[in-house]
Design a protein around this ligand. Structure first.
Ligand SMILES: Nc1nc2c(ncn2[C@@H]2O[C@H](COP(=O)(O)OP(=O)(O)OP(=O)(O)O)[C@@H](O)[C@H]2O)c(=O)[nH]1
Ligand SMILES: [Mg+2]
Ligand SMILES: [Zn+2]
Length: 306
């Protein structure tokens, strides 16, 4: 008789998946041949699966449960396909640094749009606040607080903001995302010392695009919930987002949608646009609107076959 257990996929390399089963053990499992052929869903970190032990003692994944959520983005490089970075996540923690590397808020907007398009809540973490005056950091990221995002100002050196961030992760499954070198792994180590994640060498490596974390790995938290540490991204591709849906991915636009003169307003050129009026009135940040316009142009140029 074979044993079947339910578990969560923590990581995977070379066809072997680490699955944390309901009894708290972490088991190495391969994907059942039958399932491999039948399934269109590629397994991702965070997937809830069934594993079966065969008489020789080896474990195999025999079923994948439906996902309650997922964070997907475009296949990196020239690919058009989607890549599910993690399944069954509750929130995306988008980490940027005040410096080393310099924060590019346009890129932050992309990370946030992808989370919104996946219908996930995001938090913004502004790490390395020890490197610049507080007022400078607050000015750079003020637009995000105004847009309604929770913004955490943190430092792993001074431990500023770590308790509040820690509390916001309790009982949830959170994926840490953001550029390379901003301190995602450092933050997780500082909040959960047992994790012992590899962190990068000081600054010089940051701009050379050397990635310290390789592949997304999910870690169970001592008091319940999970965190996913993911490798830094240099480019973040949109996936399967219709250009007409982009406006809803900017939370501060939402109160104004439906108030434009034209129902299918692109908020770019049409007269009587409530979104542009709000920008002119200073209610919506001009920089965020500029990101919207650029992303919209990009989506309209991209191949429809996504
Ligand atoms: N000054 C300062 N440096 C920090 C802080 N947090 C992390 N660092 C440094 O930033 C560098 C990169 O940290 P990592 O944690 O490896 O960054 P990461 O975001 O996980 O990078 P990838 O895994 O490549 O995506 C290391 O040298 C850390 O010591 C901080 O709050 N202040
Ligand atoms: Mg890392
Ligand atoms: Zn409009």
């Amino acid at each position: 008789m074979s044993v079947t257990l339910v578990g969560d996929v923590l990581s995977g390399t070379g066809g072997i998946w680490h699955v944390r089963t309901s009894d708290g053990e972490v088991r190495e499992a391969s994907l059942r041949g039958r399932l491999k052929k039948a399934t269109v869903t590629k397994i991702a970190v965070g997937d809830e699966v069934e594993v079966e032990q065969d008489p020789s003692g080896a474990w195999a994944i025999s079923a994948i449960h439906p996902r309650r959520s997922r964070l997907a983005r475009r296949e990196p490089g020239s690919g058009y396909g989607e890549r599910v970075v993690a399944a069954n996540v509750d929130q995306v923690v988008v980490v940027f640094a005040t410096a080393k590397p310099e924060p590019h808020t346009r890129m932050l907007d992309r990370f946030l749009v992808i989370a919104e398009a996946n219908e996930l809540i995001s938090r913004v973490v502004v790490n390395k606040v020890d490197l610049v005056p507080e007022a400078d950091a607050a000015r750079t990221f003020a637009d995000y607080e105004r847009a309604g995002y929770a913004v955490h100002y943190t430092s792993t050196k001074t431990r500023a903001g770590l308790d509040t961030l820690h509390d916001s992760l309790a009982g949830l499954s959170s994926i840490f995302s953001g550029p390379s070198g901003v301190g995602k792994s450092s933050l997780l180590n500082a909040m959960f010392p047992g994790l012992n994640l590899r962190i990068g060498e000081i600054s010089e490596s940051v701009n050379k695009g050397r990635h310290t974390t390789v592949g997304a790995v999910m870690h169970p938290l001592p008091d319940g919930g999970y965190v996913v540490d993911s490798p830094g991204l240099r480019e973040v591709g949109m996936w399967q987002l219709a250009s007409d849906d982009l406006d809803r991915c900017f939370p501060e636009f939402r109160p104004h949608l439906g108030e434009c003169r034209f129902g299918d307003c692109s908020h770019l050129v049409e007269p009587g646009c409530a979104v542009r009026d709000a920008v002119d009135a200073g209610e919506i940040s001009a920089a965020r609107y500029d990101s919207y316009a650029r992303l919209r142009a990009e989506l309209e140029e991209s191949p429809k076959k996504w």
